[in-house]
Design a protein around this ligand. Structure first.
Ligand SMILES: Nc1nc2c(ncn2[C@@H]2O[C@H](COP(=O)(O)OP(=O)(O)OP(=O)(O)O)[C@@H](O)[C@H]2O)c(=O)[nH]1
Ligand SMILES: Nc1nc2c(ncn2[C@@H]2O[C@H](COP(=O)(O)OP(=O)(O)OP(=O)(O)O)[C@@H](O)[C@H]2O)c(=O)[nH]1
Ligand SMILES: [Mg+2]
Ligand SMILES: [Mg+2]
Lengths: 284, 293
């Protein structure tokens, strides 16, 4: 391996750029390369394939660590607590409403009675959009007219879910930028309403992150975690060319696991997130 | 902020007559970090750094500024120049109607922006706009634009009997011609730049309506991929301008520089909120400051 150190320097630059290009971000990239450099110095990494494997291993361990610490799953909530409440949150346009259509399909197919709450009472035609998804999946929907207090729609939905013995209630919320304190406060209020009506609700709060998001995604996750108590991430639009690497930075800094990935606009385009498959795709 | 970081980096270097290579090298690393943190594409950042290096090295040290302040000024000026001071006023012809197409990735803010732009043109350029949604895919997309049209007092063309985007565009065009709307704003469905069929659909709509403006609507929080989507939309459809949305958030908006560099087309408008009057013309100096943090 005469020229080995030389190759590594240039190669490390290329690999650093690949990680940056995937939106992994500078701090996480430097952290990964630092560990890799140590492995090179100890002669544990001696060629390009070992180097790539080392980086993949670093990425995988970040994601798996978050999965361990992360999340609540429906199995951890007692059968007597009903309904299981899932709140879907995130900034504007990331794919919340579409994801709910996909989730409703999946959860219903697992044998559950699902109810959807149209708590985006703000945006033009938001409940019309969700109503079409509800119809497509054969899942009932609770909605009110535009301008109603979202906490009121949530309250009605919780009452309806309890009286119908629904297993799962999925709550759609309006897109909101995390730097708008009044909108974040609205989310907080909705959580309190849920918690008063059903013990431990919302049992799952999924933050939807668009795979094209850059470093701002980390700040989104910080604020939503702090104010809305996020329990997991849904990474959408992975069928595009963006790699969604910001989810790795989110996993590392906040220990939030990626629960699902959106891979298209149709009702079946949702998969349970597979960290190994994802890490391999980062290097394609 | 970048100025603080540069002050710290350069404080032990003596300022003597010219900005030395040492000054500049030390500063460039901080600048690269700031650009990447702001989501400027890493290749665009590389080219930018090279340009700054060339401008900075050997420059006479200005006596009123510290070396760090001088470097920041060079970077800021270069950024403002690249972002380009083109006018954001759309350029219209005598034709009836003039067509403006609104395109971009899913969820970037096109439908909302179509309403905003219509309102802005009516108010600031005395245009008579007609809206049409050619989004035949997304649930309640046409309904969404209809609600927006009603809320902003705009006219909208509807043809519920068809599910073909081309037909909607063509018929809306004819309707505008016959009824004297001087501007036709065409909202299109969000699509991936790698979806051949849908990209072809945009080319077909363009062919039918010969737009004077094709605006690429991009989310301010877009990361490294901005270069790919911007480049591909420009290559296949040909954009004439960019609208950067959700700038009321705290995303630094480096995507603006990336898209400008790779398409050569200017950012014309900025979306600054969910309400339909939340539209501003693009000011390069403001976004330059924001990118540099
Ligand atoms: N390609 C692709 N498009 C997606 C995916 N998920 C959602 N979309 C599209 O993204 C756009 C926005 O989706 P919505 O579900 O309306 O997003 P939202 O977060 O509810 O938006 P707001 O309620 O306005 O904040 C739509 O065009 C969807 O079809 C995905 O996984 N892949
Ligand atoms: N805060 C903020 N929200 C915006 C802005 N522009 C659009 N939005 C919001 O972003 C979300 C998506 O907007 P749409 O207009 O539905 O996006 P779209 O590009 O038409 O989506 P598709 O048709 O599905 O591709 C909505 O919640 C809008 O209210 C903006 O400048 N600021
Ligand atoms: Mg929605
Ligand atoms: Mg739209």
């Amino acid at each position: 391996f005469q020229g080995r150190k030389q190759i590594d320097a240039e190669l490390l630059d290329e690999l650093e750029e690949a990680l940056i290009a995937a939106d992994i971000g500078v701090p996480t990239t430097l952290h990964i390369l630092e560990n890799v450099r140590r492995g090179i110095a100890r002669n544990q990494i001696n060629d390009i394939d070992a180097l790539k494997l080392a980086i993949k291993t670093e990425l995988l361990s970040i994601l798996q660590e978050a999965e361990k610490n992360g999340v609540v799953s429906e199995e951890s909530v007692s059968e007597t607590v009903s309904p299981y409440v899932m709140m879907i949150v995130g900034v504007n346009g990331v794919g919340k409403t579409t994801t709910i259509g996909k989730l409703a399909q999946r959860i219903k197919a697992e044998g559950n009675d699902v109810l959807i709450c149209a708590a985006d009472t703000f945006r033009a035609a938001a409940s019309d959009q969700l109503a079409i998804w509800a119809e497509r999946t054969g899942v009932p929907l609770i909605q009110q007219k535009q301008g109603t207090d979202p906490a009121a729609v949530l309250f009605d939905s919780l009452k309806a879910a309890k009286s119908r013995n629904s297993d799962v209630l999925i709550v759609d919320t309006a897109g909101r930028l995390h730097n708008k304190s009044n909108l974040m406060a609205e989310l907080e209020k909705m959580k309190r309403v849920a918690g008063r009506e059903v013990e431990g609700a919302p049992h799952e709060t999924l933050l939807v992150i668009d795979a094209v998001t850059g470093q701002n995604g980390l700040e989104q996750a910080r604020q939503f975690l702090k104010i809305a108590g996020v329990t997991g991430i849904v990474l959408t639009k992975l069928d595009g060319t963006a790699k969604g690497g910001i989810a790795v930075a989110i996993a590392r800094e906040l220990n939030l696991p990626i629960r699902y990935a959106g891979i298209g606009e149709k009702v079946d385009d949702l998969v349970v997130f597979d960290a190994e498959q994802y890490v391999n795709s980062l290097f394609e | 902020s970048l100025s603080d970081k540069l002050k710290r980096t350069l404080k032990n270097l003596r300022g003597e007559g010219v900005l030395t290579r040492e000054h500049v090298e030390a500063a460039l690393r901080e600048i690269r970090m700031a650009l990447l943190e702001a989501d400027v594409n890493y290749k665009v950042a590389k080219d930018f750094i090279a340009a700054v290096k060339e401008k900075a090295e050997g420059q006479q040290v200005w006596t009123e500024l510290k070396p760090s302040e001088q470097v920041v000024k060079i970077v800021y000026d270069e950024l403002v120049e690249l972002l380009g001071g083109t006018s954001s006023r759309l350029v219209f012809t005598k034709q009836i109607p003039n067509v403006v197409m609104i395109v971009g990735l899913q969820g970037s803010g096109k439908t909302t922006s179509t309403g905003k732009i219509a309102m802005w043109l009516a108010k600031n350029q005395e245009r008579k706009p007609l809206l049409v949604s050619t989004d035949v895919y997304r649930p309640a997309a046409r309904e969404q634009l209809k609600v927006i049209a009603r809320a902003t007092g705009q006219s909208i063309f509807e043809m519920p009997e068809t599910n073909d985007a081309r037909t909607l565009a063509r018929e809306a065009y004819k309707h505008a011609q016959q009824t004297g709307f001087d501007t036709l704003l065409i909202d299109t469905a969000g699509r991936l730049h790698i979806d051949d069929e849908l990209m072809e659909e945009l080319v077909a709509i363009k062919g039918e309506t010969k737009p004077i403006e094709i605006l690429f609507v991009a989310d301010a929080m877009t990361g490294q991929d901005a270069v790919r989507s911007g480049e591909e939309f420009h290559r296949r459809v040909g954009i004439t301008g960019v609208m950067l949305t959700k700038m009321d958030g705290d995303a630094r908006g480096g995507a603006a520089l990336s898209i400008k560099q790779v398409t050569g087309q200017p950012v014309k408008f900025v979306g600054v909120g969910e309400k339909y009057d939340a539209l501003e013309p693009f000011y390069p100096d403001r976004i330059a400051q924001r990118i540099l943090g």
